[in-house]
Design a protein around this ligand. Structure first.
Ligand SMILES: Nc1ncnc2c1ncn2[C@@H]1O[C@H](COP(=O)(O)OP(=O)(O)OP(=O)(O)O)[C@@H](O)[C@H]1O
Length: 674
């Protein structure tokens, strides 16, 4: 039997057209993906630029600021990745990853492989890997592929741009290809029905990322007989169903559309052998978790132990690791890179700038970039902003001022989003203004510069955003516009920069020292940078598991609640009195510490998904009311609605959550995660 689960055609018809293809035929999708001969790809060298670091805090002269700061600019040549100034750089160079420390935990960890040839991925897949000029595995691939091929579950944390996609795709393709060849020999036809029953499911948080994974997997499935399909929201389901009808072994999906098609009985998960969650921490944060739990636990998917589960991300906060461990069985935890190590490839700069001066600084940076660019071309630059509205407004303003720009955000329809990506990738609009919808996973070649026009609210978001440059061994530049509003991020930003051997401006250290609003905020502002360690090693972990340790009202010394919790980082914790803590679903953080309550309310804390923050210094990420603090209704939120992460009164955010004042988690309805 083949791995095909969906069969609309006549019984006995073989689905794999690939078997009848001309030997050596390379389809167009694969052809254009092969990189050009590196020898022919020697481009222009930029003149070296003078390096200077003007201290700019707290200077409020827009012109002065802007003029001072462009001196620091260092942009890599998009083709050769040759830097224009001071800094070491080179063409694609995976040796940049060679010294990265790697840590594994769990029992009986299979040894890493040094080359693809050493790994038994199968002849056809190995040939495709060679064709794509993947000369040697990246560190995450060296470790993750043997682990995965041995059938073990895996939670893997590795730097942005370090090849995680192939790390989970190759073993899946290889093992399905093997099973198909046996089945084809034995049976000669496909089993199927009117329901697509894939053998592997890859879930990702955004439509664009799903498309990208689909393309990548498809490329490597060439002539293996393994079929890949993708389903995601915003595109006609009919077309996707037609594709599924041709047969699918590996399904790439966003959660919303997948649930829809399962509920319409067009997809069954009953035969899933491999489950991969890309950007796994995101998938289990920000309100995805209920959907993921539904897919994994309530939709007929074989349970942990009978399927293989792999979770990948560049960031993995402990609370999320705990949630994720529900989906895993006897897993290996793999972390590639001492925290911050490979982001040394990304030169990070932070500029202090008031909100009113940001545009002027941006224009000066862009002009300097262009002046240094190859043949006066604007290098590809990704500009992140906080809200959809500001993305539109900045894009229009840039265009009016002679900078060809496009934008991508959740209010644009799918064809517009795809068109924006295309025109950015090909350089027709070398500037793209984006919200966080483009922050994770997107692999856009030759992005030379990421500008955080508005910094994200958490350090994980920063890691992923800047990771859109400096990928696959190339260097890149990331500039952060830091304003007073970003004060809570200062400490974590400094830690991250130090870990990646970046120069931290003195004014930023001063800022961090002056920040005294309640301790380290380990979820949103402190922890969770890439790397990290296996939470199972955490000595502080409550002994009785994530639902609390000592009694029905919860665990640890400082908490209670129906799900209890431990002393710190309680995923389901109740009320926290004092201390620094994370409570992912918990009620109130009361007291002195800087508490994060991802799904609850509380005083002096961050409430990601609603509830009421009563007291000062509150962030409400996804709705709910902050009473006190900056303003009534929603501090750090966009009261008029339309904010990307905003809650506030009657607003719809980037991810299409309809939130109402003070709405609790249950009242928030996700409508756009598809
Ligand atoms: N072994 C390899 N040799 C050469 N290039 C590779 C190799 N593995 C991956 N790449 C390339 O590196 C780039 C980054 O890979 P990928 O998108 O998988 O990174 P990632 O770790 O998933 O990043 P992110 O955390 O941002 O999602 C891609 O263009 C991919 O084709």
């Amino acid at each position: 039997m083949s791995g095909d689960g969906l069969y609309f055609g006549e019984p006995g018809v073989t689905k794999y057209a690939g078997h009848t293809r001309r030997p050596g035929f390379v389809p167009p999708h694969l052809r254009y993906k092969f990189p050009p001969d590196p020898a022919a790809d020697i481009g222009h060298r930029y003149p070296r630029n003078q390096r200077g670091r003007g201290r700019c805090f707290p200077d409020h002269n827009p012109i002065g600021i802007a003029t001072n700061r462009v001196g620091n600019l260092r942009i890599s040549d998009p083709k050769t990745n040759e830097a224009s100034a001071d800094g070491a750089t080179n063409a694609i160079d995976f040796s940049a990853y060679d010294d990265i420390p790697v840590e594994t935990s769990g029992s009986d960890v299979p040894p890493p492989a040094n080359s693809f040839a050493e790994i038994d991925l199968g002849e056809v897949l190995n040939r495709n890997i060679e064709r794509c000029r993947y000369l040697k595995p990246t560190p995450v691939q060296r470790y993750a592929i043997p682990i995965s091929l041995s059938g073990r579950d895996l939670m893997a944390c590795a730097q942005t741009g370090s090849g995680k996609t192939a790390a989970f795709c190759f073993p899946i393709i290889s093992s399905i290809a093997r099973s198909l060849s046996v089945q084809h020999t034995e049976n000669g036809h496909n089993r199927g029905g009117w329901v697509a029953s894939p053998l592997a499911l890859i879930l990702s948080p955004t439509r664009e990322l799903s498309c990208q994974i689909h393309e990548e997997a498809n490329k490597f499935c060439h002539q293996t007989g393994v079929r890949v399909a993708v389903v995601y929201g915003g595109a006609p389901a009919a077309t996707q169903l037609r594709d599924l009808g041709k047969g699918v072994d590996i399904l790439v999906a966003t959660p919303g559309r997948l649930i829809d098609l399962i509920e319409r009985s067009r997809i069954s998960l009953g035969r899933i052998k491999h489950l991969a969650l890309d950007e796994a921490d995101r998938m289990l944060d920000m309100g995805f978790e209920p959907q993921i739990r539904k897919i994994v636990e309530q939709m007929n998917m074989p349970p942990p132990g009978t399927r293989q589960t792999m979770l990948f991300s560049a960031t993995f906060p402990h609370a999320i690791q705990r949630l994720a461990s529900d989906f895993l069985s006897n897993y290996i935890f793999l972390t590639v890179g001492r925290v911050g190590s490979s982001t040394e490839l990304i030169k990070q700069r932070v500029e202090f700038v008031s909100d009113m001066d940001k545009r002027s600084l941006l224009v000066n940076l862009l002009r300097a970039e262009k002046a240094q660019g190859s043949n006066g071309k604007q290098p590809l630059t990704l500009v992140f902003v906080e809200t959809k509205r500001s993305a539109d407004s900045l894009q229009n303003w840039l265009c009016r001022n002679g900078f060809p720009a496009t934008s991508i955000h959740g209010d644009r329809n799918q064809p517009e989003r795809e068109q924006a990506l295309r025109s950015f990738k090909c350089g027709a609009t070398p500037l793209m203004v984006a919200t966080d919808v483009a922050a994770r996973g997107l692999d856009i070649p030759h992005v030379a510069h990421v500008i955080n026009f508005d910094l994200p609210r958490d350090i994980d978001g920063y890691v992923h955003r800047i990771g859109r440059t400096g990928r696959a061994g190339k260097s890149g530049l990331a500039t952060a516009f830091f304003s007073d509003a970003n004060q809570p991020l200062a400490k974590a930003l400094i830690e991250l920069m130090k870990e990646s051997s970046q120069d931290v401006p003195d004014w930023l250290s001063e800022y961090a020292n002056n920040f005294s609003s309640g301790g380290e905020r380990s979820r949103h502002y402190g922890g969770g940078r890439f790397g990290g360690h296996d939470f199972r090693k955490d000595a502080q972990m409550p002994t009785a598991g994530r639902y609390g340790s000592t009694n029905s009202n919860g665990g640890g010394l400082h908490s209670y609640g129906s799900y209890g919790g431990g002393d710190r980082d309680s995923p389901y914790g109740g009320v926290w009195f004092g201390g620094d803590c994370d409570s992912s679903y918990g009620g109130a953080g009361v007291g002195s510490g800087g508490c994060d309550s991802s799904f609850g309310g509380g005083a002096g804390c961050d409430s990601s998904y609603g509830g009421a923050d009563v007291g000062g210094g509150c962030d409400s990420k996804y709705g709910g009311a902050d009473v006190g603090g900056d303003d009534m209704g929603a501090s750090n939120a966009d009261v008029d609605g339309g904010g990307d992460y905003s809650g506030g009164i009657g607003s719809a955010n980037e991810y299409q959550w309809a939130s109402s004042p003070g709405a609790g988690y249950d009242e928030i309805v996700p409508t756009g995660w598809d």
